[in-house]
Ligand binder design. Sequence first.
Ligand SMILES: CC(C)(COP(=O)(O)OP(=O)(O)OC[C@H]1O[C@@H](n2cnc3c(N)ncnc32)[C@H](O)[C@@H]1OP(=O)(O)O)[C@@H](O)C(=O)NCCC(=O)NCCS
Length: 213
Amino acid sequence: MIQPPFPYSLRRMTTDDIPHVIAIENESFPVPWPAKVYRNELTRNARAHCLVLEMDASTRPAKDGKVSPARCTGSCVGYGCFWLMEGEARVSTLAVAPPWRCRGLGELLLLALIDEASSVGAELLALEVRVSNRVAQRLYAKYGLGIVGRHRRYYTDNGEDALIMTVELLGKAYQDRLEQRKATLFSRLGGVVLRPLPIDVCDARRTGRSPAT
Ligand SMILES: CC(C)(COP(=O)(O)OP(=O)(O)OC[C@H]1O[C@@H](n2cnc3c(N)ncnc32)[C@H](O)[C@@H]1OP(=O)(O)O)[C@@H](O)C(=O)NCCC(=O)NCCS
């Protein structure tokens, strides 16, 4: 498993992580998975591979009235899972706690999932993403995932379509690209003074607009 610079670390999810994962899940998805789904993934689904991203406890956000604190009471700031099925790693979930978004941690988790998928023999990485989820689509495109199809009315909460995105993991060119991305990301993460960010600041940084007041 890849080892990011301090204060971050990656490891396999355990059932002890479920309350922290659920707290992030509830803030990240319109139809969050309940705890029993994660318990099932971790204890009964041999195809499931789940990782958590932790941050050194001393860097956890404090309540300051403006920034919403990470709901996880431990040091878990994000997680991701995939299922390995006949050479295909199907990403089933990926999320970063809202105050810690926009600093490269979603990218770190995706990189870790890709690395883990390659190491367990996956040749292809695939996932579904909401048509409206442009943030996630941009992240996936950054890692070479391309749109190969669409599931009509895939999401039951609002009838939204899902885009199917995939990338071939084999091949020196892709692996070299991953190494470059990893080096750039690690250097970004290693030099950052850590503070949680309100999400509107995150969006404003990318769009060049001032955050809403
Ligand atoms: C998708 C998600 C995991 C991204 O995590 P993150 O830590 O904020 O993302 P990062 O800071 O690592 O950004 C990585 C890339 O994502 C894209 N991105 C991230 N935030 C963005 C924003 N606000 N606007 C546009 N693009 C954005 C960019 O391509 C970015 O690369 P860059 O830094 O070179 O511009 C996070 O937004 C999240 O948990 N969302 C809710 C759950 C979800 O939608 N999961 C995906 C389900 S398919």
